[in-house]
Design a protein. Structure first.
Ligand code: G6Q
Length: 552
């Protein structure tokens, strides 16, 4: 069932009203003037999220190009698109991913309050908890040194081998929560089929003290299987006896048959179900590297923070629903202002992989051009999400954000408290001052009069003018804790859901990624010998034959 009550969003009455409102006033709104005329604007357009542990996150939407009329129309659009119905179906374990006939139930993975959550009439909570218990027990044994390798030494290095959804989440979270890590354990991630990735990693570790986590939902992904086999050969060169694999290789997967074919004891397999999409799997067994690195208790806090944002999203009216507001703003810029991109810049070094993680979440989910009624959409969908940590990015691509020809809606993220308050917190104050200054400058800009008043020659004035009115959403956390990070990720998950619900696309399949998985196979076979190929187009034949000649 596709849950589609309309074909294209352009068919909705409110969409047409928004088009008219954009033409009448929306496109000319000046955020600077809106602030000048309304002393309450900040409190009207900002919302504080309260986490389960009492910590808070302030989401300030007030620097966006909206007024009350536009916001009210956007909320009407959400209602007309029946996003609450789709949301409730998602939380009820219904098969929202209708093209693959699957439930989309990652929310059940962070059901820390142990509600009954059913798929096909069966409560999944006991099984989710069983796997969590298994991960807890296993991680405690590795972290304490009780789990030993084939020579009796405890584990020092964890190597997660996976790609896409089986890599990006664990990489991002282990980096973001490094402060909480057990520092005598090192964690490595191998994803790329480029032999350099596994080779360089293996150079840094010792077979006697290394634990490999083979992370693959399907356990058939070519890159992961190839890297896993290379790791196994390397390990067996030292350990000799295949019986030792049991101590050094575990699997995070849904596919017990393939896991056991690989030689991993299924006792050392951490399972999850096919209702967990790859890009939503960091909450599942795929999070084992995170648990090993930061400990089970911290992982539990991460899940609880995520659950708190789920509760907010599933029970708050649309008007104050933070992820819904974020998603609606994205639709406003994407479809009415014609913005093509979405910048996410964490002012936080630990969060340096957060934009890369969000890139998959957003672009794999909403990079679609067919609606839920199986027709072509007639509007732009998924934004091109990009980002890097600030302040570094200020010294590179922010030029285009400030003075380029494109409108680039941006999210800035800062934690008030640093985990590393070095030099009497000087660094943190400088970081924070940039967070505030960038958003303010993007909004306020600089007029020709101001540039002239600075004594600039006439010819330079146009070059030094900043148009301003460039929108930012400012997300201020107290501290990047496991609970905060959990909530932040889920904010973006439900933001992405909201966009997809308005665009009426299935945010939960990924046929584009699957095509990539099969395409390379046939050419791979042709690279095994020197015979020139002739069966492709001229360019592909030419490139393959040159490769054959040069790779001798
Ligand atoms: C995520 C995608 C994709 C997937 C990888 C790895 O939503 O489906 O990124 O996670 O292709 O797949 P496996 O976990 O099955 O190896």
């Amino acid at each position: 069932m596709s849950f589609s009550t309309f074909a294209n969003a352009t068919d909705l009455d409110t969409w047409k009203k928004l088009e008219a409102a954009y033409e009448q006033s929306g496109k000319d709104l000046s955020v600077k003037e809106l602030f000048a005329s309304d002393a309450e604007r900040f409190s009207k357009f900002s919302h504080t999220f309260k986490n389960y542990d009492g910590s808070e996150i302030l989401f300030d939407f007030s620097k966006n190009i909206i007024d009350e009329k536009i916001l009210s129309l956007l909320l009407d659009l959400a209602k007309e698109a029946k996003i609450e119905t789709l949301r409730d179906a998602l939380f009820a374990g219904e098969k929202v991913n209708f093209t693959e006939d699957r439930a989309v139930y990652h929310v059940a993975l962070r059901n820390q309050s142990n509600k009954v959550m059913k798929v096909d009439g069966i409560d999944v909570t006991p099984e989710v908890n069983r796997v969590l218990d298994h991960m807890k027990e296993f991680s405690e044994s590795v972290r304490s040194g009780a789990w030993t390798g084939y020579t009796g030494k405890s584990i020092k290095s964890i190597v997660n081998i996976g790609i896409g959804g089986s890599d990006l989440g664990p990489v991002m979270v282990t980096e973001a929560l490094k402060h909480y890590a057990q520092r005598d354990l090192s964690v490595y991630f191998v994803s790329n089929i480029d032999g350099t990735h596994i080779a360089e990693t293996l150079r840094s570790v010792d077979p006697e003290t290394t634990l490999f986590l083979i992370a693959s939902k399907t356990f058939t992904t070519a890159e992961t299987c190839t890297n896993a086999n290379t790791a196994k050969s390397w390990f067996l060169e030292a350990a000799k006896d295949p019986a030792h694999i049991a101590k050094h290789f575990v699997a995070l997967s849904t596919n017990a048959a393939e896991v056991s074919k690989f030689g991993i004891d299924t006792k050392n397999m951490f399972e999850f179900e096919n209702w967990v999409g790859g890009r939503y799997s960091v909450w599942s067994a795929i999070g084992l590297s995170v648990i090993l690195y930061i400990g089970y208790d911290n992982f539990e806090k991460f899940l609880k923070g995520a659950e708190a944002m789920d509760k907010h999203f599933s029970s708050t009216s649309l008007e104050s629903n933070i992820p819904v507001l974020g998603g609606l703003l994205s639709v406003w810029y994407n479809n009415f202002f014609g913005a093509q991109t979405h910048l996410v810049a964490p002012f936080d070094q630990y969060m340096h992989r957060f934009p890369a993680y969000l890139q998959q979440l957003s672009m794999e989910s909403n990079g679609k051009s067919v609606n839920r009624a199986n027709g072509k959409v007639n509007y732009s969908t998924g934004a091109i999400l990009f980002g890097e940590p600030a302040t570094n990015s200020q010294h590179s691509f922010f030029q285009l954000v400030h003075q380029g020809t494109k409108l680039i809606p941006a999210d800035f993220i800062l934690a008030a408290q640093s985990h590393n308050p070095v030099e009497g917190n000087l660094h943190q104050r400088m970081l924070a001052s940039n967070f505030f200054a960038q958003a303010e400058a993007l909004m306020v800009g600089k007029t020709p009069e101001q540039v002239k008043a600075e004594g600039n020659p006439e010819s330079l004035v146009p070059h030094k003018v900043f148009s301003g009115n460039r929108p930012t959403t400012n997300i201020l956390c107290q501290k990047i804790t496991p609970a905060t990070l959990g909530a932040l990720i889920v904010y973006y998950e439900h933001f992405t859901f909201t966009e997809g619900a308005i665009w009426n696309i299935n945010s939960y399949d990924q046929f584009g990624v699957e095509l990539g998985k099969v395409l390379a196979k046939s050419i791979g076979a042709q690279l095994n010998d020197k015979t020139p190929v002739t069966n492709h187009d001229g360019s592909t034949n030419g490139l393959i034959n040159q490769f054959k000649a040069w790779s001798e």
